[in-house]
Design a binder for this molecule. Structure first.
Ligand code: HEC
Length: 217
């Protein structure tokens, strides 16, 4: 009986000492059999170190690195005189004005060639979900996820910069595509999307006289 009591007390004491402290915080480093990468030697951004000559943790990209998706010249940004992006750069990169609102401007020359480039990119990157006519009739439709149709008044009236921003950063269920499109590709898609909208929303004034008379209008 005595032995049973001793074992009983020992079990209680060890259970309380192991389980009783769960949930309380400690500053001590935990015992790690396999130490994962929580505590590792590392250089934090924008701090100093003694390894590099200029003691700067942040390193410039090696010479001739090709930056993806950005029209910015890195040597400009890291130049001592660099202050802020110009309004042209903000338009090109973010589709915005300097005050942060979406821009109505289009940063490229509008011509047939750029339109064709946009069509090509649209058919690769957007048509699978939004349909070749931009009516939202794509692969996600059978699953009840309607990729937006571009043919509603709200999207017709949104500024070009807004459409650019949706392409780059996504919206709601749609993921952003800026990691796989260059700025130029994205803007070409904005142009083609406008053409798709126009194609579904034309009226008589879009017809030439000849076309009108052919239709007896
Ligand atoms: C994987 C499918 C998919 C792809 C690819 C895709 N989208 Fe979308 N897109 C969606 C879905 C889904 C929505 C609706 C998002 C929501 O409202 O939650 C949407 C919404 C939009 C909207 C409307 C945003 C708003 O304000 O309501 C625009 C504009 C748009 N997409 C443009 C594009 C363009 C241009 C491309 C190609 C560069 C593209 N999308 C590629 C699925 C996709």
């Amino acid at each position: 009986m005595r032995i049973f009591l001793i074992v009983y007390v020992l079990v209680i004491v060890s259970a309380v000492s192991i389980l009783g402290f769960r949930g309380s915080l400690t500053e001590k480093e935990p015992v790690e059999v396999f130490n994962d990468m929580d505590r590792q030697a590392k250089y934090k951004p924008q701090a100093e170190n003694s390894f590099f000559n200029n003691r700067q943790n942040d390193r410039l990209p090696p010479a001739l690195t090709v930056s993806r998706g950005s029209a910015l010249d890195t040597s400009d940004v890291f130049d001592d005189d660099f202050i802020a992006l110009s309004s042209d750069q903000v338009l090109l990169l973010e589709g915005k004005n300097l005050d942060g609102s979406f821009s109505e401007q289009f940063p490229y020359e509008v011509n047939y060639e750029f339109m064709q480039y946009g069509q090509k990119n649209y058919n690769i990157f957007c048509a699978s979900c939004h349909g070749v006519a931009g009516d939202g009739n794509g692969v996600t439709k059978p699953y009840g996820i309607l990729a937006a149709s571009y043919h509603d008044d709200r999207l017709r009236n949104e500024p070009d910069g807004y459409i650019y921003d949706v392409i780059a950063n996504g919206k709601g269920l749609m993921y952003g595509l800026k990691d796989r499109l260059t700025n130029e590709q994205s803007w070409s898609i904005v142009l083609y999307l406008r053409a798709l909208q126009r194609a579904q929303n034309a009226d008589q004034s879009d017809l030439s006289l000849k076309e009108k008379s052919k239709l007896g209008l």
